[in-house]
Design a protein around this ligand. Structure first.
Ligand code: NAP
Length: 471
């Protein structure tokens, strides 16, 4: 894949970059290794100062950074600005909390025959971060802020269509004061990942991306016995039950499906509606979806811009056509416009059946699948009926039903009466084919740490105390 910025509104090449050679990559890994030893020796306070400086730079340069993201991948300028602000907040969150999240955890020394026993969290070293283009700043920051605060260093292999955002991120941490080499962008294609992960100086990897990329990285990392965190795709259910506020549910459903031009891993993708409220929900939802304004992502009034890539638009178009050819019904949208750029309109498709691709695959564009169910049990069966398990959404005002959804939805998160989103304070990640490991909160920062057991005895008795035995 070429490494280039291609404007998705018209398909024109804006800027291309030569991929780094193996020798340049090796030199970067060498700098990362050296930076790790330097960063490891710094205090939390020192790193927090640099992280807050990064947040200040993001706030100060918000509009410019947002414009760059909109140009590279087509998200609306308004949502790009919100993304920059969210990133600055996440940097501050980890600057403030990292030390407490990674503080020594005392254990019951007496129970293990020690005078002192505790758990210490220590960084692992250079971590490879393979990242997607959809939230080109946020996906990277939610890895980088905790990683750098823990004392790890980052090697970013960003998606090939957002090279300018990748280079901005490298510069951001350097300008904020982090040591040279603490966070570097490797301008390489996906074919270079296996070799990088094979380098013994690279200690772990995190990927946010598709299932296919997840399998490839997990395979290589498995051979190398390196830790991975995988944030993969999703086909989140959005279940609407009879007690729900239907107008509110339809409003949130529209945003949940079309945010980021429909290209969010945790976008609601399958709308599973109880038959008692199906007609009312469908009418309100279709009306709202059809009213969204598609157009120039820089324009203030635009709700939905183009898809990020030609390949992505082709995939969405083929998924909808496949459903229609097999008997599904389009309630709005569904036609690829005949104009330059990677446009696709907000679309609602119903009467889906298991043999259609849309039933089981993730649709990465503003296309909603609408399903009618006649009971709670059937809603759960359809909701859990894909191989994914990232986020999930349930709409009900019945407290007992809320509790059941919290238990029964097989996903990394359950949001009741609100849109699935991410917060620095809460863990984020999936189960099944949506990946493993967690980002954000205390869970996220500990993923790339050695959870080290420290046992200290008096040194006057043989062995490790009463009851000890060798493994
Ligand atoms: P993608 O093709 O998997 O690309 C993501 C990153 O992985 C890019 O840097 C890409 O590099 C690299 N990559 C692709 N194939 C690879 C391979 N075989 N080995 C190593 N690296 C590889 O994903 P996408 O289609 O651009 O992004 C959308 C997907 O990401 C969706 O499935 C979405 O749900 C998922 N996603 C998940 C989350 C989450 O948090 N769970 C968040 C956002 C997106 P190149 O660009 O050079 O190909």
């Amino acid at each position: 894949m070429t490494i280039a910025t291609i404007n998705p509104t018209n398909g024109e090449l804006v800027k291309s970059f030569d991929p780094m050679s193996d020798a340049q990559v090796d030199a970067a890994i060498g700098r990362a290794d050296a930076a790790f030893h330097e960063l490891h020796g710094t205090s939390f306070a020192q790193r927090a100062g640099w992280m807050v400086a990064a947040a200040d730079l993001l706030d100060a340069e918000r509009d410019e950074v947002a414009r760059m993201m909109t140009t590279e991948m087509g998200k609306t300028y308004a949502s790009a600005k919100a993304e920059v602000t969210k990133c600055a907040a996440a940097c501050r969150f980890y600057a403030e909390r990292a030390e407490a999240f990674l503080a020594d955890e005392p254990a019951d020394a007496k129970a293990v025959g020690a005078t002192r026993a505790f758990v210490r969290h220590q960084p692992l070293g250079p971590v490879l971060a393979v990242m997607p283009w959809n939230f080109p700043l946020w996906q990277v920051i939610r890895f980088a802020a905790p990683a750098l605060m823990a004392g790890n260093v980052g090697l970013l292999k960003h998606a090939s269509n957002v090279p300018q955002t990748a280079l901005f991120l490298e510069e951001l941490f350097r300008r904020a004061g982090f040591p040279e080499g603490a966070f570097q962008a490797l301008l390489v294609g996906s074919e270079a990942v296996e070799r990088i992960l094979g380098d013994r100086r690279v200690r772990a990897a995190t990927l946010t991306g598709s299932e296919g990329a997840g399998r490839a990285i997990a395979r290589t990392a498995g051979e190398q016995l390196k830790k991975t965190v995988l944030e993969l795709g999703g086909s989140d259910p959005f279940v609407v039950m009879p007690s729900a506020d239907i107008a509110r549910a339809a409003e949130v459903a529209t945003t949940a499906r079309c945010q980021n031009n429909g290209q969010s891993c945790i976008a609601a993708k399958r709308f599973i509606v109880h038959t008692d409220v199906y007609d009312a929900f469908a009418e309100a939802f279709v009306e709202r979806m059809a009213a969204l304004r598609v157009g120039d992502p820089m324009a203030e009034q635009t709700d939905v811009g183009p898809l990020a890539t030609e390949r992505g638009r082709k995939e969405v178009d083929e998924q909808v056509r496949d459903a229609v050819e097999r008997g599904a019904r389009v309630l709005c949208g569904g036609q690829r416009p005949d104009r330059n750029g990677w446009w696709y309109p907000p679309t609602v498709v119903t009467e889906l059946t298991p043999e259609m691709r849309m039933w089981s695959e993730e649709v990465f564009g503003p296309v909603a699948g609408l399903y009618r169910v006649s009971s709670y049990e059937e809603a759960i069966e359809v909701a859990n009926g894909t191989e994914y398990g990232l986020g999930s959404n349930a709409w009900t005002r019945d407290p007992a039903e809320q509790e059941r959804f919290a238990n029964d939805l097989d996903a990394g998160s359950v949001f009741v009466n609100g849109m699935t989103t991410s917060f620095p304070d809460l863990p984020f990640g999936g189960v099944r084919n949506s990946g493993y490991g967690r980002e954000l909160s205390a869970y996220g920062i500990r993923e790339f740490c050695n959870v080290k057991t420290v046992w200290v005895g008096e040194g006057t008795e043989a062995g490790a105390g009463a009851g000890a035995h060798a493994e």
